[in-house]
Design a protein around this ligand. Structure first.
Ligand code: FE
Length: 177
């Protein structure tokens, strides 16, 4: 029997493959930030980045599975090497926010493309990511604001580190309830 699948257009398929790569890069970036925090003995910050990296990997796999589900062809592209060094925890979270804002832009562009291509299934699939980006930007901004408030006080860094050590797959923000 012939397989009845509403095929992805080449444009949407390429863009979904591009997003798969972007999500894998996000995971790579946060893993590198985990390694940086480990190197400066901020284990709570490292813990937060560890789970952030894992989460990005699950997003990548959602794009991977969706392309396959739609009868498309996954194309694994080269993953860029992330930076390895930052000047401070605040610099790390500034880079994180900047990166998440960039990802939000990519997701929005994908939605625009899905709409232009009348690809409703892709549009619906992407809606979850639109909402998720709001949460990601919010949680990263939350940590960044705490870091800015703390300023030069060393005790503050210690407190935030302890707070971020609470992040787990079940508690994705790391904030205590
Ligand atoms: Fe993200």
């Amino acid at each position: 029997m012939e397989r009845i699948v509403v095929m992805l257009s080449d444009k949407v398929q390429d863009a979904l493959n591009g997003q798969l790569n972007a999500e894998l890069y996000s995971s790579y970036l946060y893993l590198s930030m985990n390694a940086y925090f480990k190197s400066v003995n901020l284990d709570g910050f490292a813990n937060w980045m560890y789970y952030q990296a894992q989460e990005e990997l699950t997003y990548a796999m959602e794009f991977y599975d969706f392309i396959n589900q739609r009868g498309g062809r996954v194309n694994l592209l080269q993953i860029e090497a992330p930076p390895t060094q930052w000047n401070s925890p605040q610099a790390v979270f500034e880079a994180t926010l900047e990166h998440e804002q960039k990802v939000t832009g990519l997701i929005n562009d994908l939605v625009e493309l899905a709409l232009a291509e009348h690809d409703h299934a892709s549009n619906i699939f992407l809606q979850w990511f639109v909402s998720e980006q709001v949460e990601e930007e919010e949680s990263v901004t939350g940590v960044l604001e705490q870091l800015k408030l703390m300023g030069e006080a060393k005790g503050g860094l210690f407190m935030i580190d302890r707070e971020l050590s609470k992040r787990s797959p079940a508690n994705t923000s790391g904030e205590s309830e």
